[in-house]
Structure formats: structure tokens, C-alpha cells
Design a protein around this ligand. Structure first.
Ligand SMILES: O=C[C@H](O)[C@H](O)COP(=O)(O)O
Ligand SMILES: C=C(OP(=O)(O)O)C(=O)O
Length: 446
């Protein structure tokens, strides 16, 4: 294996990269990013890695979720707060009903770039570059907006710092206190089917807290009751951005990509000899790889060995995203091979990206039933292979959107138009996510 350096990826083919017209401007922005403070610290990253080692061994569960893509336009403290609350709600359901510690990792504070199926989009005979996320170009369908602009990476960095600042405050400053378990319910979820079940669970938690208080364990005496950690993650797609935020830890000598605690590489950029895998192999962060039915077991094993040559639990998460129609057929051979070869990985399920369809009225959507079915199949396949179903990876929001159909609240195809806000892929809303959490908790328990 050749020597890794933060820029060794540059000698290899990098797919899904923007075409910047002004290379000198790109270099200037990279230099400016290099001068910025890190977003995360080596110790925090190592802490996540240790927790993921527990997930690999079935002793914890990874909950990774957030926007398909963060946007410059929808940036608000209310939006971040609502996503935080929904993640807390899910975590409490999975922890209490599923009886496992939950590692909370947001798709936030850096999730601004999207890989696309097509390089261009045609509307009424006009062809323009596809929208690739706010850190690359603008969503408006004009030539000016769709031109890739490196300055956008700086704006994404600054929005990420502000987001992370607020997330850290929420996690440490009261909103995460377990006594707030009722306040995590968003107003539009109240009165819906899943809410009653949640209120019952909240009631039981409050009873347990009252008992603990009598025993002298309160929010004042126990930091575990009053605070939490929400780690950050995003797809390591824009390698110029990732390299600029990669720093060497002076104590250990290891390289950390300080743009997020965890990075993943997508289904479209995980080529064994490609730039993205080359970049990820050298950083000490925990990394994830999305895998569909398109990967062969031999290639998966090679990928695992490139990214985790020491076979350390917690370093690598394999995120299966095959679709409800393919998981039962294709996942068993992969999971069995990893088990037979004794490789330590966290198996996580992304039930979103293999289940995208176009509704009759043209909206890109996903069905709650297909999402649930893929999760059930994922649990069944891993259990049959003697492996742990270690996590869940969701595109979701705290906003009251109608982007995925189905669920107990019955979002129909006709309802999609009423609040369809995503710029790329459809997300589960807070009530769909709550309903899903109770079902997943049952799967974890069983
Ligand atoms: O979120 C993932 C991808 O960026 C997205 O699914 C691609 O969508 P497209 O097929 O419309 O390009
Ligand atoms: C692009 C994504 O997923 P995938 O690589 O699995 O398509 C994503 O998670 O945003």
C-alpha cells in the first residue's frame, strides 16, 4: 500500500466532484479553510470510536439521522432545536424500550454536498448542471446559480460552526435533561397515534426519575441525567473541503478530519481504487461506507481491509441501503462473508436510499411501509448470520413535512404537495420517526 498523506487522494480518480471554472479561486478558498479552527476535537472523535466499538459488539445502538441536505436558506435555531428534540425522543424510546445505550450521531453541521445520478438537468429544453448541494451550487434553475462556486464551501463551514455551537449548548444546557422528556414532543405530533405511546413511556421514565431522586440521584448530581452528546457526521464528498479541515494531532501523530466526528463515503464514490476511499483510509475518525446490492462479497472484504487494516471494532460502519425488494436476497451473502472472515464492523441500515420512488404526481417519495420492511429484513438477516444489527441511518427532520408517504398518520400521495420542502430526497417527519422508533425498539429487544 502506498504512503498516505492528506492529499494522496489527488492522484486518483475522484467521482462526483464539482467542475470549478476558476482553479486559482479554489486554491484561495482551500487556503482560507485551512486557516479556520477545527469543528471537532480528537478526543471527542476517539470517544465516538469507543462507543461504536460497543455497537459492533451488540452492546449499543447507533442512531444516525438528519437532513438529506442542510441548506443556507433554511438555517434557523428552531430547525436545529426541533431536529435535536426528535433525535432525543427517538433515543429515549430506543434506550428505554430497546434496553440499549444509543449513540446519537446527527447528519448535520456539514451535510451540504450531494452526489447525483445525472450531471445535468433538463427543463423545457434547457440543460444546466445538476444541483449538488448548497456547498457547491444554487438550487435555482439558472446558469448563474448552477455554476459551482468554491466560496460556498466557506459559507458551509461557517454555518456548520454555528450549528455545532447550538447543538453543544442544547446537549449540555438543559434541553437534553431527561426530566424534559415531555418537552421533546413537537406540538404537531401531540394527539397523534404514536404520541400516546410516547407519553406513557415518558410517564414511566418520570416515575423512575422520582424514585432515583429519593435515592439522591438528581440532575445536579448526575451529568448522565442532565446532558448528552450529539456527534456530527456527513458524507465526505467534497475532498478539497475535507482535506482543508484535516489536522494532525500533536499528541498521537494521527490525522483527524476535523470537519465532523464521523464521515461516510456514499454508494456512488466507494470505488476501491478511487480518491474517496484513499482519503478515508488515512484519517483516524470512525468512517462509514454505504453499500447496495451492487457490491460483490470479495470487493466488500477488500474495502473493509483497506479502511480497517487493524480490524478494530468501532473504526468501520457498513451502512446497508439496498431497498426492501433486495435486502433479503443480497445482504445475507455479504453479512455471512464478513462474519466468516471475523471482521469487526458495525452493521447499520439506511432504509431510505434504496426505497426512493416517483409518485404519480411526480414527487420523489418513499413509503413508510417499505422503510419499515427493509429494517425488519435487515434485523432478520443479521440475526440469521449471528451478527448484530447495530444501527439505523435515516433522512429525517423535526419539521412538519409531507415527503414520505404512509405511517399511522397516513400521508398520501395527494398530501405530498402540502408541505414538500426537501431540495433533494424525501425525509421522514417527526411523527413518522416516532412511530418507527417504537417498532425498531421491539426489534432491538427481540
Ligand atoms: O441523497 C442521495 C443522492 O444524492 C440522491 O438520492 C440522488 O438523487 P438523484 O438520483 O435525483 O440524483
Ligand atoms: C447520497 C446518500 O446516500 P447513498 O450514497 O447511499 O446514495 C446520502 O446518504 O445522502
Amino acid at each position: 500500500m502506498t504512503l498516505w498523506t492528506p492529499d494522496s487522494w489527488r492522484a486518483l480518480p475522484a467521482l462526483q466532484q464539482p467542475h470549478y471554472n476558476d482553479q486559482a479561486q479554489l486554491l484561495t478558498i482551500e487556503e482560507q479553510l485551512r486557516q479556520q479552527p477545527p469543528l471537532v476535537f480528537a478526543d471527542e472523535v476517539s470517544q465516538l470510536r469507543r462507543q461504536l466499538a460497543d455497537a459492533a459488539q451488540g452492546k449499543a445502538f447507533l442512531l444516525q439521522g438528519g437532513d438529506c441536505a442542510e441548506t443556507f436558506a433554511d438555517f434557523s435555531s428552531a430547525g436545529i432545536r426541533d431536529l435535536f428534540k426528535v433525535l432525543m425522543q427517538m433515543a429515549v424510546v430506543l434506550t428505554y424500550a430497546g434496553r440499549k445505550p444509543v449513540i446519537k450521531v446527527g447528519r448535520l453541521a456539514g451535510q451540504f454536498a450531494k452526489p447525483r445520478s445525472a450531471d445535468t438537468e433538463v427543463r423545457e429544453g434547457i440543460e444546466l448542471p445538476s444541483f449538488r448541494g448548497d456547498s457547491v451550487n444554487g438550487v435555482e434553475f439558472t446558469a448563474a446559480a448552477r455554476a459551482a462556486d468554491p466560496e460556498r464551501m466557506l459559507q458551509a463551514y461557517h454555518q456548520s460552526t454555528a450549528t455545532l455551537n447550538l447543538v453543544r449548548a442544547f446537549a449540555q444546557g438543559g434541553l437534553a435533561d431527561l426530566h424534559q422528556v415531555n418537552d421533546w414532543i413537537l406540538s404537531f405530533v401531540r394527539g397523534n397515534p404514536g404520541c400516546d405511546q410516547y407519553l406513557q413511556l415518558a410517564h414511566q421514565i418520570k416515575d423512575a426519575l422520582a424514585f432515583m431522586e429519593v435515592c439522591g440521584i438528581t440532575s445536579e448530581t448526575s451529568s448522565a441525567l442532565r446532558s448528552t452528546t450529539l456527534f456530527t457526521s456527513h458524507e465526505a464528498l467534497l475532498l478539497n473541503y475535507e482535506q482543508a479541515l484535516t489536522r494532525q494531532d500533536s499528541t498521537s501523530g494521527q490525522w483527524f478530519d476535523c470537519s465532523a466526528h464521523m464521515l461516510w463515503v456514499g454508494e456512488r464514490t466507494r470505488q476501491l481504487d478511487g480518491a474517496h476511499i484513499e482519503f478515508l483510509r488515512g484519517i483516524a475518525n470512525p468512517v462509514g461506507v454505504k453499500i447496495s446490492n451492487a457490491i460483490a462479497a470479495d470487493d466488500l472484504l477488500r474495502l473493509v481491509d483497506i479502511l480497517n487494516p487493524e480490524n478494530e471494532a468501532g473504526r468501520l460502519t457498513l451502512i446497508s441501503r439496498m431497498g426492501a425488494d433486495k435486502t433479503e436476497q443480497f445482504l445475507p451473502a455479504l453479512a455471512k462473508r464478513i462474519a466468516d472472515e471475523g471482521r469487526q464492523v458495525v452493521w447499520s441500515c439506511d432504509p431510505m436510499h434504496g426505497n426512493t420512488v416517483k409518485a404519480a404526481n411526480g414527487y420523489k417519495t418513499r413509503s413508510f411501509d417499505h422503510i419499515m420492511l427493509e429494517i425488519e429484513q435487515f434485523f432478520a438477516v443479521l440475526s440469521a448470520c449471528g451478527q448484530h444489527a447495530g444501527g439505523l441511518h435515516l433522512e429525517m427532520t423535526g419539521a412538519h413535512v409531507t415527503e414520505c408517504v404512509g405511517g399511522a398518520y397516513h400521508v398520501s400521495e395527494e398530501d405530498l404537495a402540502s408541505c414538500y420542502q426537501t431540495q433533494c430526497d424525501p425525509r421522514l417527519n417527526a411523527q413518522q420517526v416516532l412511530e418507527l422508533s417504537f417498532k425498531v425498539a421491539e426489534l432491538i429487544k427481540s
